[in-house]
Design a protein around this ligand. Structure first.
Ligand SMILES: NC(=O)c1ccc[n+]([C@@H]2O[C@H](COP(=O)([O-])OP(=O)(O)OC[C@H]3O[C@@H](n4cnc5c(N)ncnc54)[C@H](O)[C@@H]3O)[C@@H](O)[C@H]2O)c1
Length: 260
């Protein structure tokens, strides 16, 4: 029960990593606010938590819309009397976001808005609540593409995640003496429905698997374990850092694929 009675606001809680984290936090005693643009997905996560005896509520809306975002935070904070942890996790990845020459401006704008502007707006709306907590925490989901370049380019997504990482450092320094910690996580490819669909094709999977030292994707629950630790008081001296969780991808120079 490392998160007993902590009020945790999770964006994208209806999706792969968000849902696993919502369930993990609830299992650790947190009161979870499941925020998502999808009513069905957001409600499903909260229902699964409640069915297991945990505490959860749902707030629905588009986090790229300043007014909607502020309303979601007001509703979420009212549900449990405040906020202690903000997990900025919602994001998208568009199939027509490829290289700088090919990516349409509309895809660039949508990607930056969903992955970067949403984090800014959630901080704008959420930090006033975190300041009222005795131990506020912001955890932002970046990606390994914020750290290393990919030969499979998604230029807007990469730029957005780089922005999330830079913003996290500044948040950490700004609020270090006001009892809010800010950390980023940089996951590698994770077996969420979106990624599994993309890699369903045998050839695509074979090509990608060559670059995975452990030969497999992360499970969302493995990312959730890291987030739960970072959200807890056990991580009390951790701020301003980025946590890579990628099964060794960014540590690798040559992959031994003789077993493939
Ligand atoms: N899956 C991976 O391999 C991977 C790797 C590194 C980083 N990430 C990042 O982790 C995060 C979660 O990824 P996932 O794979 O679980 O994705 P997912 O698609 O399974 O879930 C994302 C959730 O965010 C919600 N969402 C999207 N835009 C929203 C908006 N504007 N307002 C409110 N909710 C919105 C979606 O409805 C969805 O439920 C994303 O930021 C993603 O970029 C994923």
């Amino acid at each position: 029960m490392r998160l007993k009675d902590k009020r945790v606001f999770i964006t994208g809680a209806g999706g792969g990593i968000g849902r696993a984290t919502a369930e993990k936090c609830a299992a650790e005693g947190a009161k979870v606010i499941c925020a998502d643009i999808s009513t069905e997905a957001g409600l499903a996560t909260a229902a699964a938590i409640q069915a297991s005896g945990g505490q959860a509520t749902t707030v629905i809306g588009d986090l790229t819309d300043e007014t909607a975002c502020a309303a979601m935070f007001a509703e979420g904070a009212a549900a449990f009397g405040g906020l202690d942890v903000l997990f900025n996790n919602a994001g998208i990845c568009l199939s027509n976001d490829t290289g700088p020459v090919e990516t349409p401006l509309a895809a660039w704008n949508k990607t930056i808005s969903a992955n970067l502007t949403s984090v800014f707006l959630c901080c704008k709306a959420g930090i006033p609540y975190l300041l009222q907590s005795s131990n506020g925490v912001i955890i932002n989901t970046a990606s390994i593409v914020a750290l290393v370049g990919s030969a499979f380019p998604q230029i807007a997504y990469t730029a957005a995640k780089g922005g999330v990482l830079a913003m996290t450092r500044e948040l950490a320094i700004m609020y270090a003496r006001r009892k809010i910690r800010a950390v980023a996580i940089c996951p590698g490819p994770t077996a969420t429905p979106l990624v599994k669909a993309f890699l369903a094709d045998d050839e695509a999977w074979k090509l990608r698997r060559r670059y995975l030292p452990m030969g497999r994707l992360a499970e969302p629950a493995e990312i959730a374990n890291l987030v739960a630790f970072l959200a807890s008081d056990e991580a009390s001296f951790i701020t301003g850092s980025a946590y890579t969780i990628d099964g060794g991808i960014t540590a690798s120079y040559v992959i031994d694929d003789r077993s493939l």
